[in-house]
Design a protein around this ligand. Structure first.
Ligand code: GLN
Length: 293
C-alpha cells in the first residue's frame, strides 16, 4: 500500500481506495474524519478545509496504519482504543465489547425513570459504560458493577478514573450463586444487565468483524440455555433488589419472550414489560419488584 503524496486529501483517497470493498463511501468518510479527529485533532470542518495541506510523516504513518487495520476488519474503536458512549469517552480493548447505541438508549431510559436514583448494580459491566454514564448523571447514587473478567474490570476501572467518578467494582461469577453471595452484600434500587445471550452454535449469525475482534466471553453463552444469565440475574433480584426496585435488561427478540416468562414465573415482580428500541426492535425488559405481603 502506498500513499501518493503527503497532502491530507491523498490520505483520504487512500482510505477510499483501500476500504471500498468493506465500507460504503459515507462510512469511509466518517472513519477518515474519526481518525483525523483522533490523530490530528481536526474537527469535520477542519478536515475539509485542510485537504490541500501537507501533513507530516508521523501523522501520515498513523493514518496509514489505521487504514491498514481497518482493512483487516478491525473496528475503529479498537484501533484507536476508545469509544464514545453517552457523550463520554471510554477506553476499549479486545477484552470488552464496544459500547452500542442500543445500550445508550437503556441508560437514557434508566435516567429518565429514576430521577432520584440512590443505588444501582450493573452485572457484566465490560467497559463500565453503563454504571459510569449513570453515575455521571446521578452523582449521589451508590453504583456497583461486576464482571467475571479481570481484564474487563481493569478497563472499567480505568474508565471510571478517566471519567472522574467512583464506582464499586467487584469480580464475581454470576452463574455461581455462592460466589455472588460472598462478593455482594447490598440491596439496591436498580439492577441492570446486558449479559451474553448468543449460543455458540449461532456464531455465524454475527458479522465477521464482531466474531474476529470482540470478546467471546461477552458475546456467547456456553451450553444449551441461551438465557441462563438472565435467569440467574432474575433469581438474585429476590435477595438484592429492594421492594419497588426495577430490573432492566438489554436483550433481543430471540430471547425476549422466554426471559419475560421466566421473570413472570418467579413471582417477584408486579409488572414485567418488554420495550422497543428506536428501530422498533424488542430490545429491553423492565420488571418492577413487588411488595411481598
Ligand atoms: N455492559 C457492557 C455493555 O453493555 C458489556 C456487555 C457484555 O459484555 N455482554 O456494553
Amino acid at each position: 500500500m502506498q500513499v501518493a503524496s503527503n497532502k491530507l486529501k491523498d490520505s483520504l483517497s487512500f482510505f477510499y481506495n483501500q476500504l471500498s470493498t468493506i465500507y460504503d463511501v459515507s462510512e469511509i468518510k466518517a472513519l477518515f474524519e474519526t481518525a483525523c479527529h483522533y490523530y490530528l485533532n481536526y474537527n469535520k470542518t477542519q478536515v475539509t478545509s485542510h485537504l490541500n495541506n501537507n501533513i507530516n510523516q508521523s501523522d501520515l504513518l498513523k493514518l496509514y496504519n489505521c487504514c491498514k487495520n481497518l482493512k483487516k476488519n478491525i473496528p475503529i474503536q479498537y484501533i484507536l482504543k476508545h469509544a464514545w458512549f453517552y457523550n463520554l469517552q471510554f477506553m476499549v480493548d479486545a477484552s470488552v465489547l464496544i459500547p452500542r447505541p442500543e445500550t445508550e438508549e437503556l441508560v437514557d431510559l434508566i435516567l429518565k425513570e429514576n430521577a432520584s436514583l440512590t443505588s444501582l448494580l450493573d452485572i457484566g459491566t465490560g467497559s463500565g459504560c453503563i454504571p459510569i454514564s449513570i453515575k455521571k448523571n446521578r452523582p449521589a447514587a451508590d453504583v456497583f458493577a461486576c464482571d467475571i473478567s479481570n481484564s474487563a474490570l481493569k478497563v472499567a476501572t480505568k474508565n471510571a478514573i478517566q471519567n472522574n467518578c467512583t464506582i464499586h467494582f467487584f469480580k464475581t461469577d454470576i452463574l455461581n450463586p455462592t460466589n455472588f453471595n460472598t462478593t455482594f452484600t447490598q440491596k439496591v434500587n436498580v439492577i441492570v444487565s446486558n449479559p451474553p445471550y448468543i449460543k455458540i452454535n449461532e456464531k455465524n449469525t454475527l458479522h465477521k468483524n464482531v466474531i474476529d475482534n470482540e470478546p467471546h466471553l461477552a458475546l456467547f453463552v456456553e451450553g444449551n440455555d441461551p438465557i441462563i444469565f438472565y435467569k440467574k440475574i432474575i433469581d438474585i433480584c429476590k435477595t438484592y433488589l429492594n421492594t419497588n426496585g426495577i430490573l432492566y435488561f438489554e436483550l433481543n427478540n430471540l430471547t425476549a419472550n422466554d426471559v419475560k416468562s421466566y421473570a413472570e414465573k418467579s413471582k417477584e415482580f408486579s409488572t414485567v414489560v418488554l420495550l422497543k428500541d428506536i428501530n422498533t426492535n424488542i430490545r429491553f425488559l423492565k420488571a418492577t419488584k413487588k411488595q411481598h405481603v
